[in-house]
Design a protein around this ligand. Structure first.
Ligand code: NDP
Length: 296
């Protein structure tokens, strides 16, 4: 049996196209484009790349991109004042604060200041509670993207055994909640879990969101499992001084016996930005009093 490769890049491109297709109707109805504001504090090079990509994708989808780049020396009050300004700005439908923030700034306080109706990262308490109660709300982009890939591949997930390795606010916890809401039987594993390989071996669906290169070995995966690898890890530079390869949390080369698996890169990564655009459109339509778009 040869594992099918889940092409997240192609799926994300299709999703971005569908989102862009819905923008003109929004413009017709409201006289303006959906707007996404991204706040970057400091000069972390990886964050700069992510924010740049988000801005480009937003414009490519026909939406308005507002980028606010603040120095690392920005104080908490100044950051909160900017968020308050964006909360009150009617042309802004989504607000995303690029994490991690530099030292001295409190992430929880910062996220809590975002209007839940504009919280396109789905991190405010109001949206976390909605997800826990299986009510409509804004859901974190990466786990929602993983769900889209799973539904596309497996259809109805009812009754399947799922293991999520990782319990972060951004990925592991909301992922587990989404799987429960989809009627899976879910185990959440983390750094204190005992017998992790045995737990993973029972799963029909494995989601690895750990941040440890190729930690999940091939013999941890049951034949026929569907594997979603969220991890992005850069291996050490080669001896010739070339940049190290990007790998996931799953030993991809050992997973030929599974049903399907996302590659790294080209699996979950491209879904995150596409879902951010989706969440921006969803937030924009809800704020404008328009019905949700079916199937987005
Ligand atoms: P965090 O560091 O916030 O969380 C990692 C989780 O993994 C924690 O819950 C931790 O457990 C658990 N963990 C750590 N070591 C082990 C271990 N040995 N065994 C079992 N569990 C372990 O990371 P994130 O959730 O933010 O991200 C996870 C990965 O996903 C990273 O590689 C990140 O780069 C990537 N990522 C990719 C995205 C994409 O767009 N594709 C988006 C976001 C993240 P504990 O809670 O006990 O400490």
């Amino acid at each position: 049996m040869t594992a099918e490769i889940i092409d997240g890049k192609a799926f994300a491109a299709g999703l971005r196209e569908r989102i862009a297709g819905h923008v003109p109707a929004f413009v017709d109805a409201t006289g303006r484009k959906p707007g996404l504001a991204v706040i970057l504090v400091g000069d972390d090079p990886a964050s700069q790349v992510y924010v740049g990509s988000k801005g480009k994708a937003t414009v490519a989808a026909g939406m308005e991109s507002f980028q606010h780049v603040l120095p690392a020396s920005t104080g908490q009050d100044e950051l909160l004042a900017l968020i308050a300004e964006l909360n009150a700005d009617d042309t802004v439908d989504g607000i995303l604060v690029q994490l991690p923030l530099p030292e001295g700034l409190d992430e929880a306080v910062t996220v809590a200041a975002i209007d839940p109706a504009k919280d396109v990262d789905g991190l405010t308490d109001a949206n976390v509670a909605r997800l826990a109660n299986n009510e409509a709300g804004l859901v974190p982009c990466t786990p929602l993207g993983c769900m889209m890939l799973l539904h596309d591949r497996l259809g109805d997930l009812t009754g399947l055994d799922a293991v999520v390795v990782g319990r972060s606010q951004l990925v592991g916890r909301p992922m587990a909640q989404l799987l429960v809401n989809a009627n899976c039987t879910v185990t959440i594993a983390h750094s204190r879990t005992r017998n992790l390989p045995d737990i993973v071996r029972k799963a029909d669906i494995v989601v690895a969101a750990v941040g440890r290169a190729e930690m999940v070995k091939g013999d941890w995966l049951k034949p026929g499992a569907t594997v979603i690898d969220v991890g992005i890890n850069r291996l050490a530079p080669t001896e010739e001084g070339k940049k190290g390869k990007l790998v996931g949390d799953v030993a991809f080369a050992e997973a030929e016996h599974v049903k399907a698996i996302t590659p790294v890169p080209g699996g979950v990564g491209p879904m995150t930005i596409a879902v951010l655009l989706r969440n921006t459109l969803v937030a924009a339509r809800a704020r404008a009093g328009l019905d949700p778009v079916e199937g987005l």
